[in-house]
Design a protein around this ligand. Structure first.
Ligand code: GLN
Length: 384
């Protein structure tokens, strides 16, 4: 067995969803909506599957989707991408991340990751033979401070960024990203920028794609996800956008990871990315309402709620809520004893600090959120 995977636990998202099922708990853990996603996009997939073709699509993705990705980012972010040489469709962002890491990390390369970090990054960096280092971001603001970023230096070859940040729920400003960009330019570093939450931002905040910042166009791999944009997480359609030399390398890894992605869902995502602005605004407004409902309900029950500027997630500070448990213990006991699943934020840290923060997913129907609030209130009474 490969020791890198042999030593790994099952991801915390699967672990908590399984416990939620077992204990019939309200599942505010793993980040997925409890709705089916837009009907017209699903109909487009059904039609595409009936009408075909259903044989292997091109390895880099359906031209119709790749063209739409380029048009979509020109429309929303003013990017100019050549769809033929600068886009690649993957089986979700998770494959995009794996393919990019395997393609861009050579044995011995120093790879700097921001923690909290999504749990797929580190095993893939290790598999590629990279030497991991961490930038530790601290709640409640998870700032990209000069001190935190000072880990990036002459030895660094690659940085992995997640912006907006899961689980921190921060939408990084242009100023914060400029600090990171300056260091990457100074040390000639490539960046994998996991931007799957780019459309899920609230309060009029604007997502800044790192690839659009001066000096970053040739050194950034931008990763996107239809699952997050269309609340269709099960479809596993993602993509990379990057300069031709980077895209060509990533395609070499992709061809042996999945080769390609189901054509019907690709065709439907191509349709979806072309939807009018109202779709994107309504999606954001709907999630903002859910965030506010969960936050208000939890505050009324005595919870200390951290700000959420974007993503599907809201964090609660356990000690400030009067709960003297670490977050993993809280989440394990909450699912078993109070019937509500959450994700311990410490699971996103490879190195200290262990946090006492629990992440809740609010991409849920009102009745799910209300039931979650009631169960969390029960947990707070039990554990404080
Ligand atoms: N991105 C999702 C989350 O943060 C999890 C994805 C997964 O379970 N693989 O909850």
């Amino acid at each position: 067995m490969n020791p890198i995977f042999g030593a790994l636990k099952t991801t915390v998202f699967t672990e908590m969803s399984a416990l939620a099922l077992q204990h019939r708990a309200v599942n505010l853990g793993q980040g997925f909506p409890d709705s089916e996603g837009p009907q017209d996009v699903r109909e487009a997939a059904a039609r595409a599957i009936f009408d075909g073709p259903n044989q292997y699509p091109p390895m880099q993705g359906l031209p119709a989707l790749r063209q739409t990705i380029a048009v979509h980012y020109a429309r929303f972010h003013g990017l100019e991408l050549d769809w033929r040489t600068e886009t690649l469709v993957t089986a979700g962002a998770t494959e995009a991340i794996s393919a990019a890491i395997l393609a861009l990390v050579a044995p011995g390369d120093e790879v700097v990751m921001l923690q909290p970090l999504y749990d797929s990054y580190l095993p893939m960096v290790r598999l590629a033979g990279g030497a991991p280092r961490f930038i530790t971001l601290k709640p409640p603001h998870w700032d990209l401070s000069d001190e935190a970023l000072s880990v990036i230096g002459p030895q660094t070859r690659l940085v992995i960024l997640n912006s907006p940040l899961n689980p921190g729920a921060v939408v990084y400003s242009r100023e914060q990203l400029a600090r990171l960009a300056a260091l990457c330019i100074q040390h000639d570093v490539t960046v994998i920028s996991d931007e799957v939450w780019e459309h899920v931002v609230f309060g009029g905040l604007v997502h800044t794609p790192l690839i659009a910042m001066p000096g970053m166009r040739e050194r950034t791999v931008k990763i996107g996800s239809a699952g997050k944009i269309f609340s269709l997480t099960g479809w596993k359609v993602g993509w990379t956008c990057a300069a031709p030399h980077l895209t060509a390398a990533i395609a070499k890894a992709h061809q042996f990871l999945t080769f390609t992605v189901a054509p019907g869902t690709q065709a439907a995502v191509a349709y979806g990315l072309g939807k009018d602005d109202a779709y994107f605004e309504d999606m954001r407004a709907g999630y903002a309402r859910s965030r506010d409902r969960l936050a208000a309900g939890l505050k009324a029950e005595g919870f200390a709620v951290l700000p959420s500027q974007g993503t599907y997630f809201l964090n609660i500070d356990l000690p400030a809520s009067g709960i003297a448990l670490d977050d993993r213990t809280f989440c394990l006991r909450a699912v078993q004893e109070a019937g509500v699943a959450a994700i311990p934020v410490s699971a996103f840290y490879e190195q200290a600090p262990v946090t006492a923060i629990a992440r809740l997913c609010f991409a849920k129907k009102d009745e799910t959120l209300d039931a979650g609030i009631e169960r969390l209130a029960r947990a707070r009474r039990l554990f404080s």
